[in-house]
Write a protein that binds this ligand. Structure first.
Ligand code: 9PG
Length: 489
């Protein structure tokens, strides 16, 4: 163990760790794996909290405010954050955390690998823990953006990063939800005309059941026919799947229950709640599941899909009883590596509901916030920063722009329609700017729902290639426009 002082700029801070720090630059250190505590004099300064999966809350809170987390619902917590490491009365988050020093500087502590790292802060300490040792820590002080950039670069070195770009995506979810059919898809694709989309992605609603990945009755010609129709119209066919979970009444769960992760009671582990009830997780360390995943992805790529939105993936990284005794985040990473190996390098993989660090180097793009909606505030769930809505999606996403060196960061769709939307013009425009800043452009609006002016706005936005630079935490320059998103935080 190590106990001594560490110099971070003008601060000389007591450090407790499982080994001695190694300086790798001015005010930056590597610290051996294990528990870390840094004692600081900054009191109830601001703390940066990073969520575990795509939907989990990320952002800055003063340490004398209530912690940023999901309140009042264990079910929501299980689905939308790392419930196992939640700290109801303390500020903490996943993998990385930071405290504000003043004058735009921060002290950041971040893990450089997996093992469910947790970072938290109190008015006197910044601390890090790991469920499983292995990952080193990075500790640094400096200007906020520079320190996050450096941390992301180190992560990219160790976990890998992918440079493939999705292009501009039309997604079916935020207009039709589960109500898609091959007829509706055909009409919608025809309506897109020559709008410069690269991908048309079918979302949830095509499958027989979550777990049973075959076309349902609304796609009587089969999925290859729909993929062909999209490709013939000049777009890359995209498809949504949640390959690591199964609903209790799916054929998969009822006939192959021995392939599900088990909970402490020996029953299938409840991995989360959606579609009106609980769902289970596949044990990806089981050979039969690995075979199943290879067959599934060979089939889907065989249908002609070249862009896959893989959702609810965190379920493969929950604690539970699996065949092989590997740490949950390692089991997850092995599973997505198997999927990548099966689909090859040319299929774009968008992760949704994925744990962030374990997805680096394998997913091309990652959703970095909860679901957007055509309204601003989620009034039904005031204690839940992961509730669907434009405000929550914006807040989480903007605090994750630093992840861009690892994968494309998807803040979810932008609305151009004014019909069937409660967003005011500032809120709608904000979503446009956030998507531009994060570098991922998608919408769900069918052209039939747009006025000619709205369709023209959409075309202009899709065609534009902006120059974006960050000036401060919430201030960006988009071409010659200075955009201050801080007004919405
Ligand atoms: C399809 C949808 C869309 C959407 C995804 C995902 O935390 N939750 O309980 C939770 C449930 C559903 C959800 C997100 C979070 O939506 O994000 O884009 O693909 O599935 O069912």
């Amino acid at each position: 163990t190590f106990s001594g002082l560490i110099q971070l700029g003008d601060l000389s801070l007591p450090l407790l760790a499982d080994g001695a720090p190694e300086a790798i630059g001015d005010h930056e250190f590597l610290i051996p794996s294990g528990d870390v505590t840094v004692v600081h004099p900054l009191g109830t300064t601001e703390f940066y909290r990073h969520g575990w999966n795509s939907w989990s809350p990320s952002g800055w809170r003063r340490l004398d405010e209530a912690p940023l987390r999901i309140y009042d619902s264990p079910q929501r917590l299980l689905t939308a954050d790392d419930a196992r490491n939640d700290t109801p009365h303390a500020h903490s988050g996943s993998a990385v955390g930071a405290i504000a020093v003043g004058d735009g500087e921060i002290i950041l502590l971040g893990a450089l690998g997996l093992g469910a790292p947790r970072v938290g802060a109190t008015a006197t300490t910044l601390w890090g823990t790991l469920e499983e040792a292995g990952a080193q820590w990075y500790l640094a002080r400096g200007p906020e953006q520079a320190v996050f950039d450096r941390y992301a670069a180190l992560l990219a070195e160790r976990l890998g990063s992918r440079r493939r770009r999705a292009g501009r995506v039309w997604c079916s979810w935020y207009s039709f939800y589960e109500g898609i059919s091959e007829q509706l898809v055909a009409e919608t694709v025809a309506g897109l005309g020559d709008l410069p989309f690269d991908v048309v992605q079918l979302d949830d609603g095509w499958e027989r059941s979550v777990g049973d990945w075959e076309a349902n009755d609304r796609f009587p010609s089969g999925m290859a026919a729909t993929a062909g129709l999209i490709a013939d119209a000049g777009f890359r066919p995209g498809l949504w799947l949640a390959p690591l979970i199964a609903l209790p009444d799916s054929e998969f769960a009822t006939t192959r229950s021995h392939l599900l992760v088990q909970g402490p009671d020996g029953r299938p582990l409840v991995a989360g709640y959606n579609w009106g009830g609980p769902y289970y997780a596949l044990d990806t360390t089981h050979d039969e599941v690995r075979t199943h995943l290879r067959e599934l992805f060979t089939r889907v790529v065989g249908w002609g899909f070249r862009y896959l939105k893989l959702d609810f993936m965190y379920a493969g990284a929950l604690e539970g009883a699996r065949r092989a005794p590997v740490h949950r985040e390692a089991a997850y990473r092995d599973a997505i590596a198997l999927i990548r190996e099966t689909v090859g390098d040319d299929v774009y993989l968008l992760g949704c509901g994925v744990p962030m660090l374990p997805s680096a180097g394998i997913f091309d793009g990652v959703r970095v916030g909860p679901d957007v909606a055509a309204f601003w505030e989620n009034a039904e769930r005031p204690g839940d920063p992961t509730g669907v809505g434009a405000r929550n999606a914006f807040l989480a996403s903007i605090h994750r722009s630093w992840l861009r060196p690892l994968f494309e960061t998807d803040p979810d769709v932008v609305y151009f329609r004014r019909r069937r939307s409660l967003l005011d013009e500032d809120q709608r425009r904000l979503l446009e700017d956030v998507a531009t800043v994060l570098g991922f452009k998608s919408t769900s609006d069918p052209v039939a729902w747009l006025t000619p002016d709205e369709a023209a706005e959409l075309r202009t936005w899709l065609e534009r290639r902006e120059e974006v630079s960050q000036q401060a935490r919430y201030v960006f320059r988009i071409d010659d426009r200075l955009v201050d998103l801080g007004a919405f935080v």
